[in-house]
Write a protein that binds this ligand. Structure first.
Ligand code: CA
Ligand code: CA
Length: 260
């Protein structure tokens, strides 16, 4: 083989290898992101659709009824429950392939997508160490001897580095046996001694104002290999809870979509 021709072949091979590596590094995740479509059911409070990299609230009755008898992957209280047909009335009802009703108890999260969603099965316990909570209370001029109506913490390896982050959920709303001057609700993450706030609400207490937050779902809902969070905040009466989808971007939590 002539030297010139060999050089030519080597250059082509290098370009092909470089191109393949670049595609694997950037192209695959870009293509996956662009192609991803999913529909999420968050209890009775939100139906969200994701496509072309944007989120949409589905609230039109005609669009909602289109979902009836479609098959979704169902999670109850963050645990896989099965694949069932869904049907919406005052709540989402589940049916097997023979249209026999399947009952469930707990918080429903369901999705339909062209990919397998990574959904975190986390548990929640009472807070034992209040040092971060006290820090947040002090920052908001609140008494560290406050009583709570809610004081939970969940361990989730949110950034997938092998070390758990702590998600604190604290509130004193809807108190029955005490009446604080101010109500508060906070949801924040602690990673490496740093506090990252997701939800903060402080106001004059009128007994039934404010809402009770809940870390509802942690999942990679858009299939980009990073987790998102769904937070609900239940109001006193039978109103629909405020429901928000967060992503962590530029070192802070940002709301991607909310039902209100
Ligand atoms: Ca971590
Ligand atoms: Ca994601």
């Amino acid at each position: 083989m002539k030297k010139g021709k060999l050089k030519y072949i080597i250059i082509i091979v290098i370009v092909l290898i470089y191109g393949s590596i670049m595609y694997l590094v950037f192209g695959v995740s870009e293509t996956r992101k662009r192609k991803t479509t999913t529909t999420l059911l968050v209890g009775t409070s939100a139906v969200w659709n994701y496509s072309s990299q944007s989120w949409m609230n589905i609230t039109k009755p005609s669009l909602l009824s289109n979902l009836n008898w479609q098959k979704f992957k169902i999670y109850v209280d963050n645990q896989y429950f099965g694949k069932y047909l869904v049907w919406k009335d005052d709540q989402w009802y589940l049916f097997d392939n023979n249209k026999n009703a399947v009952s469930y108890q707990g918080n429903l999260f369901a999705y339909k997508a062209d990919f397998d969603m990574d959904i975190v099965n986390f548990s929640t316990t009472d807070i034992k160490d209040y040092s971060y909570v006290n820090k947040v209370l002090v920052e908001h001029d609140l008494d560290i001897n406050s009583d709570f109506t809610l004081a939970h913490v969940s361990n989730v390896d949110f950034d997938k580095d092998g070390v758990m982050e702590q998600f604190y959920v604290v509130s004193n709303v809807f108190a029955i046996d005490f009446f604080p001057d101010k109500y508060f609700s906070f949801v924040f993450m602690v990673d490496d001694n740093q506090i990252y706030m997701l939800y903060e609400d402080v106001d004059i207490n009128e007994g039934v104002n404010g809402c009770k937050p809940n870390l509802y779902t942690v999942a990679d809902v858009d299939n980009d290999q990073n987790y998102e969070l769904i937070l609900t905040c239940a109001k006193y009466s039978n109103q629909t809870p405020l429901t928000m989808l967060y992503e962590f971007d530029d070192n802070m939590f940002k709301i991607k979509i909310s039902n209100q």
